[in-house]
Design a binder for this molecule. Structure first.
Ligand code: BTN
Length: 318
């Protein structure tokens, strides 16, 4: 009920009478009063005037279930929110919840992570109060070998979210989001699958949102949305937009079974399109010119005039 009352206060933008809230949600005045008290203690600024009711003045930048869900426009993605103040890794928690039956589209969010996981076994910097550390649980009916395409959908959703705020970011294949060659978002996709079925996929997304600076060791390579634009952002709104963009593209992907519909837009965002790159695979590093993705999200690279494709690996620009 908390998120419903919050949603009503947000959408009305004017006073909502206590009477109306009681009648609409079929609850007592005491119950409404308790919810308003809870919201105020979480940092919501709510004006209460006798005979007029309640008016929401400002929402805090918090990532509670009620805050994320009030204003969520999706049908499935992010419709079940599991919020934690602190976790080791939202990906690990999401895997556990997925095993325990959390439904498709469930979203795990933490205010901070102690041991955020990056790609290649790296630790991902996930401080409190300034970023988004979240993992989306998906249970698609697709062959396991198609799962890598979903990671590109994650990157595209974050890129579209930034674009919606007027912030231009680029993608480094497969799923790093960069601004001025510095990373603003990392994505780690993990999967549990049998030989031909996907049990679940977890897409872990870490977005640097409102940091004003980074620790010394990341200063050259990391950037936040706030550092790039000079603005600060309301993180719950960012999550809602990412969920909406992701859902739209994911639906199309499930319908088509490939990424042909997204290729043009994805390629236009690639920071290394038609540039010389190095491809770092587990046992070797090789070079070529990046030509964009094919319909299944592999990177096309031309080497001495011959085209070849890369399914997984890290790219650096030479
Ligand atoms: C990378 O670029 O190396 C991938 C970073 C992925 C970080 C996110 S933060 C939320 C989720 N939980 C984790 O432990 N990792 C991912």
């Amino acid at each position: 009920m908390k998120e419903d009352i919050l949603q009503m206060l947000k959408s009305r933008k004017d006073f909502v009478s206590g009477q109306e809230l009681c009648e609409y949600f079929q609850v007592s005045r005491t119950a409404v009063w308790k919810v308003i008290g809870q919201l105020k203690s979480e940092g919501y600024e709510i004006e209460a005037i006798n005979r007029k009711g309640y008016r929401l003045i400002a929402s805090p930048d918090i990532l509670t279930e009620a805050e994320i869900l009030s204003g969520m426009t999706t049908e499935v993605m992010g419709r079940h929110v599991y919020y934690y103040d602190c976790l080791g890794s939202t990906n690990d928690q999401a895997r556990m919840l997925a095993e325990q039956g959390a439904p498709d589209g469930s979203l795990v969010v933490a205010e901070t992570q102690n041991t955020g996981k990056g790609r290649m076994g790296r630790v991902f910097f996930s401080p409190e109060g300034s970023g988004i550390w979240m993992s989306l649980i998906l249970k698609p009916d697709i062959p396991p070998m198609d799962a890598s395409m979903i990671t590109l959908l994650g990157a595209m959703a974050v890129q579209e979210m930034m674009e919606s705020f007027g912030l231009e970011s680029g993608i480094k294949w497969p799923n790093d989001l960069v601004i001025d060659h510095r990373k603003t978002t990392g994505i780690l996709t993990e999967m549990s699958a049998g030989p031909d079925v996907v049990n679940y996929i977890v897409i872990g997304i870490g977005i640097n949102v409102n940091m004003k600076e980074f620790p010394e060791e990341l200063r050259e390579t990391a950037i936040s949305m706030a550092m790039a634009s000079g603005q600060t952002y309301h993180r719950a709104e960012i999550i809602r937009r990412v969920m909406q963009y992701f859902e739209t593209n994911y639906r199309q992907f499930l319908k088509d079974g490939n990424l042909a519909f997204l290729k043009k837009k994805y390629d236009a965002s690639l920071i290394h399109l038609n540039k010389e790159i190095s491809i770092h695979e587990i046992r070797r590093v090789w070079r070529g010119v990046s030509r964009g993705i094919n319909d299944i999200g592999e990177l096309i690279v031309s080497v001495d005039g011959e085209e070849t494709t890369v399914r997984s690996g890290e790219v650096s620009i030479r």
